[in-house]
Each structure stands twice: as structure tokens, then as C-alpha cells.
Design a protein around this ligand. Sequence first.
Ligand SMILES: *Cc1c(COP(=O)(O)O)cnc(C)c1O
Length: 390
Amino acid sequence: MRHTGQVSQSEPACPDQASIEVDLDAIVANVATLRGRVQRPLMAVVKADAYGHGLVPVARAALAGGADALGVTTLAEAHALRDAGITARIMSWLHSPGTAYAPAIERDIELGLSRLAALDAAAEAPGVARVHLKVDTGLSRAGVTSGDWPEFVERAAKYAADGQVEVVGIWSHFACADSPGHPSVRAQCDRLVDAADVAREMGLGGFDLHIANSAATLTDPGSWFDMVRPGIAIYGLDPMGDDAAEHGLRPAMRARAATMMVKDVPAGTGVSYGHTYTTATDTRLALVPVGYADGIPRAASNAGLVRIGERKYQVAGRICMDQFVLDVGDDDVRPGDDVIIFGDPAAGDPPVEAWARSAGTINYEIVSRIGGRFARHYTGALADELGLAG
Ligand SMILES: *Cc1c(COP(=O)(O)O)cnc(C)c1O
């Protein structure tokens, strides 16, 4: 009866081979901690499917923790939040040329704008666009250069006077806030203040200034201005790659998989593609059924660290597309045993930062790329309340 697409009652469902647990209570607590520290509005950044944690559940958790607004890149993400019934302030800041702004304006989605043509399009769309004008203070990514800024804010002031836009923010983004004390941090703050002065000279007022990402939120009160925009910190991870517990934050994501098979092999056995690992002694190999297609970085071959029970094991040999191997010595590891790939170091789990270091990348990239066959589950009291647990 397979062709019906129905799974018959007598057929047991496939158990999860691999899962990601997202503790929404950790996100609530992290946001509350940060919001309490800054004592001003906080925009929780939930772009990229909430850094791999799940857009809508994380948005709800962030709001429960006291976030005042949500930040996303694309309008599709913003609309997904509205579709879920979220009425909080939402800002979206990455729009392709030719974007039609009317649907976003109608749903009260605030627009981060970096180009004159985008400002024109937002002003010409029906309704009053609530906009945040982005100045490039030194990242050289999005944002209007200081040379083009006077013309940009002059145009915005004209649209504001005509009732076509409301300028609610002037904002920017740091290049080096994860190197506390880096001279560019102060320079960027100064340029943001200068840009606001130019905007006031053009007749604009009543806008908020914001530039602080997680690193600046954690280390640089002088950069907080009227609002902060932390992303990685709300997930309980440190933007500098250190232990976030030092900032009172707790990682929300745990990745785990069940060993698929275990077998004994003699000394001198080459393991996985290219035989980049050879067993030193007679030993036992355990197969973990996730790989780079699921977001486990291949660059962490022979390096990534996992936990089974109380013990830590390093990946043996290359990480493959759907699986990797552990050399567990003569430990009593069995098929179906729980392998913690990363999680909360306070609970003895390998930190995601160890994987990031092994792969030559940052914690952001590991969590935001986890996917593939990992099934996502939500845990904690809020997940129960939202009916998401299980
Ligand atoms: C991603 C992003 C943030 C959050 O950065 P974190 O380092 O994760 O805190 C804030 N603002 C903008 C514009 C971003 O793109």
C-alpha cells in the first residue's frame, strides 16, 4: 500500500537517526539577560532561519524574553513571521533591485534601506513606509557611503515631509566589534553620529540610532545608542568564540545522532575515504549516520569531537556526505547509542566552537548550516506552552 503515501499502523515509524534539540527556554533567558543588561530596546536577529534554530519558534521565544523587535534579512522571512501571526516590530534589510515594497508596507514591516533607488521605490509604494536609513560607516558592505549620504538623507527628508516615508532609524553595522578595543569600532560610532547630524540638518528627526551586534552588545556600552541588534548571543553563543557562559548565556542548540553500527577491526585498518586515519591497535569503530550533507563540516575530518555517555571521541578519518566514523577503542559502545555532536559545555557536551575551530570556521557557520536529515525538536517550558514539544 506504499503507493498511497500512507504509513500503515503496523509499520513502525523510522526512529530519528539524528536530531537537533532547540531549548526555547535558553533563548528566552538569553534575551532577558541581554535586555536587562542594555536597558533599552533590543532587536533580536532571527535571519537565516534563526541561525538554524527555526524562525518562528525562536521569534516567539525572543519576544517572550523581552525582545522589542525582530530583525531579518529578506522580506520573505518578514512575511513568514507575519503569516505566523507575529505582530511585533519587524525590520528587513536585504532587498534585490526591483523589490515591490507595497505588501511589506501594508503589513507594517520596517525597511532597512541602503540605496537611493530602494528609497524611491519605498516612497512611491502606497502607504507610509517606515524606513531605517543605512550608512556605511566602515564595513563596506551594504549602506550608503558618506559621500552619497547627504543626497540620500535629503531625498528621505523630502519624502518624510510629503508623508511618503517615516524615518524611524539611522543605522550601520560593525566590521571588527568581535575584536574589542579595535580602533575601527569608535571610528564607526563617530561616523554614525555624524550621519545622524547630517540627517538632522536636512530636517529629519525622531529616529533611533543603532549599530551594536552581539559582540558590541556584550563588550561595548558606548555603541548601544538607542537600540541593540544581537543575533548569535541570543542563541547562547559567543561572537568571539569563547565560552558564552561567561556572559550568562546558555547555548540553545544540541545536535545528536544514534550510532548505526559498531564493529571490531584489527590494528592497521585504514578508515574512511583516503585512509587518512589508521587504527593504532585492535579497536572498535562506531558509525555515526550524519555528514557534510547534514552540515557536519568535512573540514573537521580527523578533528571534530563528540560525546558518548561520559567519554569524548574524535572523528576518525574523513567526514563523508552522510556519515562519519569514531574509533572508540574497547569501550562498550553499541548500535543505537546516543552521540552528542555538540551542545551545552556546562552539561559536558562538546562545544560547537570546537567543531568550528576544527573546521577553520566560526560557531555561526556551524549552527546556521546544520540541516539535511537532522530532525528539529523544541524543548523547554515555552515549547510545551506553544504546543511544539515532542
Ligand atoms: C547578522 C546581523 C546582526 C547580528 O549579528 P551577530 O553578530 O549575530 O550579533 C546585526 N545586524 C545586522 C545588519 C546583521 O546582518
